[in-house]
Design a protein around this ligand. Structure first.
Ligand code: NAD
Length: 415
């Protein structure tokens, strides 16, 4: 099976947007590369007394509209190229959502499943201390991503605050509510995704009640997406994680599968379900497919086997450009990542605003603001896609890249 790298996908997408928008080649040159890439060696004492050395990165793509913003990922296969692609996508995502941020992404090449809480805490704190000068509420604000969570964000806040000498809750988002996190942040990406899927379903005249759903990945985004879709009346027929997937034509109860995963470490072997592979999950007969794991899952090799009417991208970069084309040609409605999963960064922005103003909003306020914002972005992209007679990815890229290019041109180059 051929796999395109996330960075080559991101570059191909940028080129397409630049051509469609007829942008100055100089702007293309600027946007192709990140403004800053930090590579650090994260050294910690392991529980057995040995020294562990891990590669850490933080890529800051462009920040013309405000401070950098983006998640921190812990994964054994993490590469700087992947992180660079993820940082670029954050830039376009923030621009589409009209947030005053630029895009960044970071992470550490490690296997958190094989590390203790103590090792993960030391790893996080050492990493933050190494990139400290380039972080901050007006410079770069991290958030959770794959295999990092609220606890990781609490360690980041505390390390940043200790080094500053005073508490700085606005230095990171996705923290626990008790230390300044926002209501609704944990479910925000999945709720935003559900709002987008709901609007797309209206166009396809698809009734959300009883619509069938398959979800790849059962972490923060995947599990919450399955739960929310279930609560909207959809039938979640298949879910998966890194160990494999399960299928049940009658539909699963997301919370029961979550409890099973907590107990056994995986969703597989859940009662009354057939075990399936991740490849089979993507090909499941369903109305809505939600990839919510890693990049590069729907490729030219399996796009023609995707049966869903709507693909709502919870993950970043799950579909390659060739697969995009194949899905568009067969009439699949694909809601691209830079729109579909922007609920996470949107509520991160709400969290940052609440921290800066020392306010605390209710869950109702947060969810209403999220619904208004993401629904507006959905229709901004839809309108452009109809005008351009393009798929939604192309329209979303044109909107995001166009806004950033306009800001660069307006600001000019210094000196
Ligand atoms: P997570 O660590 O909470 O969950 C990741 C899930 O993916 C786990 O269930 C894991 O088992 C599964 N997984 C890992 N490798 C897999 C594989 N090869 N095949 C199938 N499943 C696999 O991470 P998350 O925060 O839910 O992030 C998932 C995706 O959503 C990522 O692409 C991330 O960039 C994107 N995203 C997350 C947020 C957020 O707010 N957390 C926001 C926007 C986008």
């Amino acid at each position: 099976m051929t796999r395109q790298t996330a960075l080559s996908v991101a570059q191909e997408q940028l080129k397409l947007a630049v051509e469609k928008l007829e942008l100055d080649p100089g702007i293309h040159k600027i946007l192709k590369k990140p403004k800053r890439s930090l590579i650090v060696s994260v050294t910690i004492k392991m529980d057995d007394g040995t020294i562990g050395v891990f590669d850490g990165v933080r890529v800051q793509h462009w920040d013309v509209k405000g401070p950098f913003k983006g998640g921190i990922r812990y994964h054994p296969d993490l590469t700087i190229d992947d992180v660079t692609a993820l940082a670029m996508w954050m830039t376009w995502k923030c621009a589409i959502a009209d947030l005053p941020y630029g895009g960044a992404k970071g992470g550490i090449c490690c296997n958190p499943k094989e590390m203790s809480q103590g090792e993960l805490e030391r790893l996080t704190r050492r990493y933050v201390s190494l990139i400290f000068e380039y972080l901050g509420p007006h410079r770069d604000i991290p958030a959770p991503d794959v295999y990092t969570n609220e606890q990781t964000m609490a360690w980041i806040m505390d390390t940043y605050s200790q080094l500053k000498g005073y508490s700085v809750p606005e230095s990171v988002t996705g923290k626990p509510v008790e230390i300044g996190g926002s209501e609704g942040r944990v479910c925000a990406t999945s709720l935003g995704l559900a709002f987008c899927a709901r609007e797309a379903a209206k166009f396809l005249k698809l009734n959300m009640k009883n619509a069938t759903v398959a979800v790849q990945g059962y972490g923060n985004v995947g599990y919450n997406a399955a739960s929310i879709m279930h609560s909207l009346g959809c039938k979640v027929v298949a879910v998966s994680d890194s160990s494999g997937g399960i299928y049940c034509s009658d539909g699963i109860i997301p919370s029961a599968v979550y409890a099973h995963k907590k107990k056994t470490g995986s969703v597989v072997n859940h009662k009354n379900c057939a075990n399936i592979t991740n490849e089979e999950l993507l090909q499941t007969k369903c109305d809505i497919l939600i990839p919510a794991a890693l990049q590069n899952q729907i490729t030219k090799d399996n796009a023609d086997k995707v049966k869903a009417k709507i693909v709502a991208e919870g993950a970043n970069g799950p579909t390659t450009p060739e697969a995009d084309k194949a899905l568009h040609e067969k009439g699949t409605c694909l809601i691209p990542d830079i729109l579909a999963n922007s609920g996470g960064v949107t509520v991160s922005y709400f969290e940052w605003v609440q921290n800066l103003t020392r306010e605390h909003w209710t869950l109702k306020e947060v969810n209403e603001k999220l619904e208004n914002k993401i629904t507006k972005s959905f229709y901004d992209v839809q309108k452009l896609s109809r005008k351009e007679e393009s798929d939604m990815r192309t329209a979303a890229l044109m909107l995001g890249v166009g806004r950033v290019a306009h800001a660069i041109t307006t600001l000019g180059l210094w000196p």
